[in-house]
Design a protein around this ligand. Structure first.
Ligand code: LMR
Length: 325
């Protein structure tokens, strides 16, 4: 073959098999600590599908669930250094970065999910999103899990029942105060260590949503679970400045659209996912589930709400009061 002809064919072939440089997909590594079959796990899967579809393959999302890549603390460090590009830790995990987010850990702050969403979507939520977008992080959205329940290795129907027990908590001063006011001993532990800590008796109890309890099999290493719905567990979806600044504007729009759609999706499924796990926990026969009467619940509420004034300074009295309206 004539060398010129050969070169022409070769370059034509190369054009076909080598995509132009700008077509190389951008990868978003998304690390989280819970199981796939939870409100967060499902939300991340939905986000991946939506974003990959809408970006026509220009963005790829790689999901690392169950703390397989990073645990609670390491995820935020990895995010800041752009080793991962997205995470959705629960509010309590931001205590060092953004102490005001502990607002959402305050026990019995929200009457129900509608009240919670009004706060998240309103002035309070917006100002918290802005305040959290500092020190290398860029806050994107609030995603739902649900209300927490308390379990232990003894029945807990009154706040006094929790006295002197050691409880695993997430890293939040509010949660620490919440258990101290019960006369209990709170101990901060990463989510990935809760099952072993309960099994080995390092802690005697814990609080979490039903989806987190069931998917991490915590009901198998506790004797009693009380449906208190005392506190909310939700997530802040965050990326980092390095990634966000470099992302072309048209892709930023596509990412933002996928996030907005995922937020709606997460809200539409979270309560039902948790309700389904209650049925599974009850029918497992492995743990006794206690449902409080309205009067019993009012006693827990009165006791736990007593800690609010201790956080007027850190969170802001106005923010707390505005959220209660
Ligand atoms: C926990 O540590 O209990 C939760 O933050 C886990 C999660 O991400 O839902």
């Amino acid at each position: 073959m004539h060398p010129v002809k050969f070169l022409l064919i070769l370059s034509a072939l190369l054009l076909v098999i080598t995509p132009p440089l700008h077509a190389k997909p951008i990868t978003i590594k998304f690390s989280h600590v819970v199981a796939k079959d939870t409100p967060k796990g499902k939300a991340v899967a939905f986000f991946k599908q939506r974003l990959e579809e809408r970006s026509a393959g220009r963005i790829r999302v790689r999901i690392y669930p169950n703390a397989t890549l990073y645990g609670d603390r390491a995820a935020l460090t990895a995010l800041r250094s752009n080793s991962i590009q997205m995470a959705a830790p629960s509010f309590a995990k931001f205590t060092d970065h953004s102490p005001q987010l502990q607002l959402f850990d305050l026990p019995f702050l929200f009457r129900d999910t509608q009240h919670l969403h009004r706060v998240l979507d309103g002035e309070v939520g917006n100002s918290l999103l802005q305040k959290t977008s500092i020190k290398g992080l860029h806050a994107l959205a609030f995603w739902d899990n649900g209300f927490k329940q308390i379990s232990a290795n003894r029945p807990l129907t009154t706040p006094e029942d929790a006295a002197s027990l050691k409880f695993r908590i997430m890293s939040s001063k509010v949660l620490e105060a919440q258990f101290r006011t019960l006369g209990a001993n709170p101990q901060i532990l990463p989510f990935s260590e809760v099952y072993a800590a309960l099994q080995q008796g390092i802690v005697a109890g814990q609080e979490n949503t039903l989806s987190n309890i069931y998917t991490k099999r915590l009901h198998l290493v506790q004797t009693d679970l009380t449906i208190t719905n005392h506190g909310y567990l939700g997530y802040l979806l965050v990326t980092n400045d390095i990634f966000w600044r470099k992302l072309p504007d048209d892709l930023k729009l596509i990412v933002s659209e996928a996030i907005a759609k995922t937020t709606i999706f997460a809200r539409s499924i979270a309560a039902q996912v948790n309700a389904n796990y209650l049925k599974k926990i009850e029918s497992s026969g492995k743990i006794t589930v206690h449902h409080l009467t309205p009067n019993q619940r009012a006693v827990w509420q009165k006791k736990m709400r007593g800690i609010y004034p201790d956080f007027y300074y850190v969170i802001g009295e106005e923010l707390i009061k505005k959220s209660q309206e």
